[in-house]
Unconditional design. Structure first.
Length: 365
């Protein structure tokens, strides 16, 4: 099976390239009779779209979504939902030199060698513009999850070597959106923004990390052994462009502890089983345990930099290339809604799978 579909019961298939006619997605498995219109999806795309601040790419796209199928009179039909966002501001001429030269650390080289052909204009399918499909589909997933009172909160916690202090209380959307960096800590956000602008001025780029915190999950979501909840979240995150790492709960730092130090001790609280700590990150044995599920994702610096770098051409000859076109000097601020979307797609799929297996039948003892 080709790698353009994601999910089991709530399944999406995306298509489109950076400088093609547009980006689209088909969602299959959405529950029927749910209120849905373009206005439910557009705010999520607006948070992702380019040109929203001086620290993002200047590409000017409205990213207006169109619902082509799957709804009637403002409600979902239970049939495939097709969404389309048309490309309006493509500038393919900026990529002429990249037709024969490979950008260092970009997908140009691997796509060319795998398929024997590639769309060099804007990176084609390898461009992060394909994540429009994920965010549009994720908006529908988040709308469905809202009936379960599940809250997904995502924010930037490090840019380059500037880290946000640990935040105990879950920040509000207003706090996150107060800065173009999408870091909810004011002082840190200002320093992050300056660091991104410094890199942009030098024709360079910076990476960092994003935290996602999910609250309101019941006990029981996840399908061991291969489809453990954290395994599917890891796949979802590592499928995003520029991702280089994923850790959940204590992550790699947990390896410095002994078992007696790392274990989350159980206790009874108001008639519920809770844990005194949460180094597990809300998942045990691949199944949600009712605590906050939290994980961190690492994003590398944007590969296309506006500096002269050594590379090779399609004939394998040494040459040099200066990146051109419009690119984010740091992908993290715009990656925040993408991480939220992929989290929602994993969660709604596991919600449906859990109900299908464990709650669909009444079996008499």
């Amino acid at each position: 099976m080709m790698g353009n579909s994601f999910g089991t019961l709530f399944r999406i298939s995306s298509w489109g390239e950076s400088h093609g006619g547009g980006i689209g997605v088909v969602i299959d498995g959405c529950p029927p009779c749910m209120d849905l219109c373009e206005e439910d999806i557009q705010p999520f795309l607006d948070r992702r779209r380019p040109g929203q601040s001086k620290i993002t790419t200047p590409r000017d796209e409205a990213d207006a979504v169109e619902i082509l199928s799957g709804t009637f009179d403002g409600k979902t039909l239970g049939t495939p939902i097709a969404l389309l966002v048309r490309n309006k501001d493509a500038r393919p001429q900026a990529y002429d030199e990249m037709k024969t030269k490979f950008r260092p650390s970009h997908a140009d080289f691997t796509y060319q060698n795998k398929y024997g052909i590639r769309n060099h204009e804007g990176g084609g399918r390898s461009s992060a513009r394909e994540t429009i499909a994920r965010v549009a589909a994720g908006a529908i997933a988040q709308k469905a999850l809202a009936f379960e009172n599940i809250q997904i909160t995502t924010y930037v916690d490090r840019i380059h070597n500037i880290s946000c202090p640990e935040i105990q209380e879950v920040p509000t959307l207003e706090q996150i959106e107060a800065s173009p960096t999408r870091c909810p800590h004011t002082g840190t956000a200002e320093n992050m923004e300056n660091r991104i602008l410094e890199a942009k001025k030098a024709g360079d780029s910076v990476g960092g990390t994003i935290i996602c915190r999910i609250n309101g999950l019941p006990v029981g979501w996840g399908s061991p052994v291969f489809d453990r909840l954290e395994a599917d979240l890891a796949k979802a995150m590592m499928s995003l462009p520029a991702t280089k790492g994923f850790e959940i709960g204590s992550g790699f730092n947990g390896t410095f502890l002994k078992g007696s130090e790392h274990n989350d001790l159980f206790e009874e609280q108001d008639g519920q089983v809770r844990t005194k700590s949460n180094r597990s990150g809300g998942v045990q044995g691949g199944i949600s345990n009712g605590e906050e599920l939290y994980f961190r994702i690492a994003f590398k610096p944007t590969a296309t930099v506006l500096q002269k770098q050594q590379t090779v051409d399609e004939d394998g000859q040494n040459t040099e290339l200066i990146g051109r076109g419009r690119h984010d000097p740091c992908v993290l601020p715009r990656a925040v809604p993408i991480v939220e979307a992929m989290s929602a797609l994993v969660l709604i799929d596991h919600r449906m799978r859990h109900h299908a297996q464990c709650l669909s039948f009444t079996i008499n003892e």
